[in-house]
Write a protein that binds this ligand. Structure first.
Ligand code: NAP
Length: 258
């Protein structure tokens, strides 16, 4: 029976890949407030990741930052061992790390494609591989939850030049679907979120990045505005919680109606 008085994250560890900035950082802050021990993975943004961990600890939460390129399986293995030592086995994995690219298919070469798929797709396989070995009742674990961060680009095809990104997120949706069937009977719930236009630095490579560019693109969103990272984090936290105990294999659009 669920202990209604305990916070959702009590005695649980949540690992968020790409937790240093944007949606991942918002999820980390919210998870800490919900009582999770928060493992913040980052790749390059060491200052942001350490600063976020310090901010959470100063507010009375538990958090630590862990460097790893989650597109590399050896680094993911090391990441999970470090999290084991710091916080114990992961209970919730948020596969959030991602990059947005823009490149026509007739200009796309193998190295760039590999980079995008390593970060956006291979990372989810590598991290889930480690997480399942800890969470699955078949491996002696106590169950858990995996939440994959996709994109509405998987449905809409993304912006011009968005084939790499859209295809990588389409792969994540298929992965969510397939993995939910594979591990559902082992106590692991697997779900996804599909954000739409969310105000983060991921858009900075566009020529029309910044408030004006975001506002222009937001005019095509049925709610007529871009979303905030917190609005995605809310859904991730809900999917991780016992409140979503019968939600499995679902992919929730957080896109203002797009
Ligand atoms: P963001 O602000 O650019 O943050 C991206 C995060 O991913 C950073 O923390 C970055 O870490 C991390 N990262 C990138 N490559 C990594 C790697 N190889 N290993 C570990 N970490 C890595 O982006 P965001 O908007 O929050 O995006 C988060 C997720 O939401 C992505 O999967 C993205 O595709 C998805 N999404 C975003 C939007 C949107 O409009 N913002 C819409 C749909 C979907 P470092 O900075 O430390 O390198």
């Amino acid at each position: 029976m669920t202990n209604v008085s305990a916070p959702a994250g009590a005695n649980k560890c949540m690992l968020i890949t790409g937790g240093s900035r944007g949606i991942g950082a918002a999820t980390a802050r919210m998870a800490a407030r919900a009582g999770y021990r928060v493992a913040i993975n980052y790749m390059n943004s060491v200052g942001a990741a350490l600063g976020l961990a310090e901010e959470i600890v100063a507010a009375g939460g538990e958090a630590q930052a862990f460097q790893a390129d989650v597109g590399r399986q050896d680094q993911v293995g090391r990441l999970f061992e470090q999290v084991d030592s710091a916080f114990g086995a992961v209970d919730v994995l948020v596969n959030n790390a991602g990059v947005l690219t823009s490149c026509r298919v007739d200009r796309t070469e193998e190295p760039q494609l590999l980079d995008v798929f390593r970060t956006n797709v291979f990372s989810a396989f590598f991290c889930s591989h480690e997480a399942i070995r800890r969470m699955s009742t078949m491996h002696g674990g106590r169950g858990g939850a995996i939440i994959n961060v996709s994109s509405v680009a998987a449905r809409l095809g993304g912006q011009s030049g968005g084939a790499q990104y859209a295809a990588s997120k389409g792969a994540i949706d298929s992965f969510t679907n397939a993995l939910s069937k594979e591990v559902g009977a082992e106590g692991i719930r697997v779900n996804g979120v599909r954000p739409g236009l969310i105000v983060t630095d991921i858009h900075n490579f566009h020529q029309d990045a910044g408030p004006d560019g975001i506002a222009r693109r937001a005019s095509t969103v049925p709610l007529r505005r871009a979303g905030q990272p917190d609005e995605v984090a809310e859904v991730i936290l809900w999917l991780a919680s016992d409140a979503a105990s019968y939600v499995h294999g679902a992919i929730v659009d957080v896109s203002g109606g797009r």
